[in-house]
Write a new protein. Sequence first.
Lengths: 478, 411
Amino acid sequence: MSLLTLPKPDEAILGRRDEIIRQLRKLAPNATLITDQEGRRTFETDAFTAYRCMPLAVVLPESTEEVSAILRYCHYNKVKVVPRGAGTSLSGGALPLEDSLVLGITRMTRVLAIDEANRVARVETGITNIAITKAAAVHGFFYAPDPSSQLACTLGGNIATNSGGAHCLKYGVTTNNLLAVRMVMMNGEVIDIGGDYLDAPGYDFLGLVVGSEGQFGVVTEATVRLLKAPEGSRPMLLGFDSSEAAGACVAGIIAAGIVPVAIEFMDKPAIQVCENFAGAGYPLDVEALLIVEVEGSRDEIDALLDTIAEIAERYRPRVVRVSKSAEESASIWKGRKAAFGAIGQISDYYCMDGVIPLSKLPEALTEVGEICRRHRFRVVNIFHAGDGNLHPLILYNANDHAELERAEMCGAEILKLCVKLGGCLTGEHGVGIEKRELMRVQYTAADIAQQMRVKGVFDPDWLLNPAKVFPLEGRERQ
Amino acid sequence: MTGNLRLGFRAPNTLREISDLVAEAANTKIPLEVRGRGSKYEVGRYIQSGSVVSTEHLVGISLYEPTERVMTAAAGTPLDDIRNILAEHGQQLAFEPIDLGPALGTHTGQSSIGGVFATNLSGSRRIQVGAARDHLLGVTCVNGWGEAFKSGGRVMKNVTGYDLCKAVAGSWGTLAVVTEVTMKVLPQAAETRTLLCFGLPDQTAVDVMTLCLGTPFEVSGTVHLQAPLAAKLSDHDVAKGSAAVTAIRIENFPSSARYRIGKLKDRLAAYSPSVELDNARSRIFWEEIRTLRAFASSNRPLWRISTTPSRAAKLVAVIARTLDIRVAYDWSGGLIWLEAPATTDAGTVEIRRAIAEYGGHATLIRAERGTRASVDVFQPLEASLAALTTRLKAAFDPAGILNPGRMYPGV
C-alpha cells in the first residue's frame, strides 16, 4: 500500500473562497468563522496525525438553524463539508480537504434535559462524552459508552463512529444507547429520528446514522439512554505467563456464564509503560495482564471475583490481585485509560483497531508480533479482550517519511490478518481515511456498492465528509 | 426458471436460487411476497402478489461458539431450534423474541430466526439488553436486483462501513431477502425471581415499574396487566386474584437474585408486593408474557404501542375515554399492548390521535384483512422521514418488488 492520496481539489471552489466566506458570515452571523492561516492550522488534522490538509475555512455554529443554513448554502454551491467533533478520530475521520469547509459542533454543548423518570438525557452533540455522565451523576445515573478519549471526545463524534469503550462488554456501544437524533442533512433539511421512547417507527434510520462517519448528516441534538449507577464496582488483576493463558482465561470466564463489565488485556510492554505512567501497581514480571471488573453490592462483588479467581486458577495465573480500595481501583483504570497517552510519551505510534474472534487471540497475537518483527517495529498490545477488539500499537518515528509508509504497510497486514481470522478492520475507531482502501479486503464489490447506495439516500452529491470510508477509486466511479 | 414466477409458492434451497428468483422478478417486475416460515403472514398491510419466496428451506446453524457468544444460522431455521440449542449451553437470545403465534390464532414456535430479525420484535428484556436489532451482528441478504450482499460479521464489535444490519432489521422483508443471520447470544441467568403487586391502577403501576428501573438492581422485566388480561395467565396466584398484576423480574446468580429481590421488596413496601415467584414459576410467567398468552383466543384488534413510559398511563386513559380497551404494559410502560373493540377501523382514529398528542408510535398487530387494507397498520411517517423511507427502499429495491406495500403504500 502506498501513502493515501487525497482527491484533487476543485479549483473553482478554491477560487471562490472569499465569496464563500462572505456568504457564510452573512448566513450564520453568530457562528465562529475561522479563516486565518494560524486559526485553521488547529483543524488541519485529527488524532490520526500522519495526514494534514488546510481547509478552506472552519465554521463553528451554535445552533441547529445555523448548521442548516450553512449546509443548505454548501449544498447549492457544491462546497464539500467535513463535520468535526473534538477531532479525536484515530482514523482521520475529521481530516479536511483543501476545498472543504470544516463544520465543528464544539460550541453546541448544552444539556437540554435530564429525564429521571424515563432515564434519558437530551443534549447537544458538541458535549463531551464525560460531561453527559457528569450531568447525570447528580441523579445517580450514567451514560454507558466510555471511549478512552471520553474527556475530550464529543457525543457527535461518538455517534459518527459508534464508539465503544472498556465497559461496552456489558453495556453495549453507542448504537445500543441512543434513542433519538436531530440531524441536519446536506440540503439543510432538519429531521428528527426517534424520541424518548424505544425503537423508532419505520426503517431504522437511527441505526444507520450511527457509525456513518459524518457522511449522512450533521447530528446536532441527541437523546441518550441513562443507566442507574451500580451499587459498587471493583477490578481485579490477573497476570499470566503467556497471552495464550490469558486468552483462554477470558473464554473460561464467559463460558461460566459471567459477563463482567470489562475485560481488558495488556501485554508486557504495555504493562511496563502504563505502570511507569500511572503507578497502578501492575505486576511487571508477567507476559499478559487482564483487568477484570465486576459490579454489584460488596457481597456480590466478593462472590463474583472469587468465582473468577477460581476459574483463573485453571490457567495457572502468576498474579491474582483484587483491588482493595477505591483509590487502587481508580489507579488501575487510570493506567489503562491513559495507556495511549503514556505510550505516546515514549514514541509515536500507529494504533490499530481490528477485531478477531476471541478463540483466535493467541494465534492473532503471535502473528501480529511476527508481522511487526518482519517490518522491524516494536509493538505494544492493549485491548478490550472480552470483545476481541485488538489495539496493537506500532511504535515508529513519525518524522521519518519512509518509516511512516512502512508502519502503514505493517498496519494493513495486521488488519488483513484480522479479517482472515474471521474478524474485521475496525471495532470502534471507524474506517475514516485510514482504512478506506482496505474495505475490499473485508467486503465484496456488491457489499460496498450496497453501502454506497445508502450514502446516496442521504447525500446524493457526496459532499459530506468525502474521500472517506470507501476506496477512492470506487467512489469516483460512482 | 423463466416465466414461471406466477406459479406461486417458492422455497429455494440455496442463496443462489433466491438470487436468481429475485433477479427474474426484478426483470419482469413481478412483486414477491417475502416470507420466512410465514408465522407473521397475517401482520402488516395486505400484499397483492401471487408469488411467494420463502426462506423456510434455508435451515441450519453453521457456527456456534458459546465462549465467543456468537451464532450464525440460515434465515429459515426455526427459532425454537435455536432456543433449544442455546439452552443446552446455558445461553439464550437475550432480547427475548416475542412469539405472536397465539395472538394470531396459531401456535407458538412457528417463527424463523430470519423473521425474528426482519420484524425486530423484542420482548420484556429489551429494557435491559436492547432490541433484536442490537443483537444482530451480521447478515447475508439478497437485494431487489437479486444481488447477494453482506453487512457486519461474526465479531462483537464492528464499525467497518455502514451498519446495514440495522436497515434490514425491522424492514419486514421490504428491503432485502435475509438469507443468513449472525447474532450475539448471552448466558441465561442461573436464577429468575419475580415480585408481584396486585390491584394497582395503571399510573401507580407505571410509577412502580419506573421506580424499579431507577434502582441499581438490573431489573430485567417489568409488566403490568389489567385485571381481565391477568386472569388469562396460568399462575394460580395471578389467575385467582381477579385483579391487575404488576410483575418485576430479577435474573442473576441465585444469591444475587435473592439479595436484589429482597432490596426491591423493601423499596416497594408501600405497594404490598405480596407474592414472590420462585425460579420455576417465574420462568412460566415470563414465557407466557413472551408468547402473549393474555391476548390469545381473541379476535379483537391488537395494537403494539411504543411510547414514553411516564406518559403511557395517560395515553391509555385518553383512549379509554372513548374505546372499550384492555391493556398490558411492558418496558415499564414504554410498550403498550392494547386490545381494541372490533370496530371497522380497529380504533385507529382514537389511537392515532392519542399518539399524536402523547408521542410514540403504534402498529396494528392483529386485525381483519379488510381493516388492514383500509387503515395504516404501521405508524404514518412525518413527511421528511417518509421521503427518506422511499429513497432507502429505492436504494435496495428500485423495482419495488420485495413485499411491496407491506409497511407503507408505495414502499
